[in-house]
Design a protein around this ligand. Sequence first.
Ligand SMILES: Cc1ncc(COP(=O)(O)O)c(C=O)c1O
Length: 470
Amino acid sequence: MINSSSERLVSKLREWISTAPTGAQLPSTRQLVADYELSPVTVQKALRTLITQGIIESRPGIGTFVRSIPVTRPNDYGWQTAALGATRNHLPQVHPSQRVLPNDVIALHSGYPDRELLPQRLVKSAFARVARTESVLLRTEPAGLPELQAWFASELNEHLLPGLSAPTARDVVILPGSQSGLGSIFRALVGEGEPMLIESPTYWGAIMAAAQVGVSLVPVPTGPNGPDTDELDRALERTGARAFYAHPNFANPTGAQWSPLVSERVLEIVKARGAFLIEDDWAKDFGISTESSPMAARDDTGHVVYLRSLTKSVSPAVRVAGLIARGPARDRILADNQAQSMYVSGPLQAVALDVVTQPGWGTHLRSLRQQLTNRRDQLINALHRHVPEAHLQSVPPGGLNLWVQLPDGTNLRQLEQDCETRKLAIAAGGSWFPAEESGQFLRLNYSGPNPGAFDEGARILGEALRSQYG
Ligand SMILES: Cc1ncc(COP(=O)(O)O)c(C=O)c1O
């Protein structure tokens, strides 16, 4: 990233300050303007930054001085551990895949697409348009902006099987991202101490949300065509669970898409067992060789509760998702989410709506598909070249990740560390398993910055892997 002039001046002044005694006076603004050939506005901006950082202080009418560093006594918060007691669930403070790393690290660990895959122009002009409207001063209906609710409903209706009744805007609840929806759904439909079936492997954030609610997870193994439906049926019967959380399209982490046969069978099973299918269509916009085919479009009996996020395809700064649920389930989820977050900021909803209703949105999605195809294939080819030990069960038809299995006995923790010292970030697969890991897996994301570095990333991975075998 190119630094602005004021950022460059900040770093030069920091260098100067590092050798200056405490209390030293900085040159005047006029002097800095002359020395660095910058405008007074730029110089003042740099000085304000250093003041905010507590490095210098301004004494009005006298000048600007290097601040004396107050001697701070280390704080002791030990009493809090006693007051809080043991944690019920050990939730990681920042999941490793959420880390933002320096630009020189090849980032295959993250879950969010790079900005070059986002509809940047559409998002920026939507923010500019929305900023000029009254929405920036108003609150919104708890269930969301009616036009955005209608858009989510109509999008699902494009896939609706003939003869089924279409979901309406009223069946849609707008959420501040689907992560918050997961917590609400698990609380409202399952509840603390109750069992819920979940594909294994699956999204770590869903495992975390379930842990936070206190839901007891029952893993159902899943593969390139979807879950083992016999096992699903047996587990529903055995546990009495009333919900199954799954990714029928482009699963996170595997990228798998359920076959039509599996989809049909799953729906039959949940209906017969009086259960909900919680469908997380997180990668709706990331089809590569196929389209997402939502299960919710095959059901009008309220058995499928559908979540569809825009944060990955519109912008991670527009945390907006739509939930589609029918009947009392919808009302309970809405009530829970209202208790957590009241309503989603209206301007954010308006931005999301503006982006997805522009003619440029369709064009963007088509170009995104092409870019994801290239990136996925580039990473696969790089792995073939440099990491022949890595096994990919099948080429994902969509999504953002490759889920690769490494030889048994691989020390994944060590591998992660060895790669990171060589400036490659990867994600060990452990946190995608709701119970024990079924093997040694890595999730490698192909939507991060700089796909030109995939080959180098795979070379580093291969080298680090083979260093474990002597
Ligand atoms: C399967 C799945 N569900 C939900 C989420 C959370 O999405 P959001 O950003 O809308 O909270 C993610 C994010 O990685 C995901 O992969």
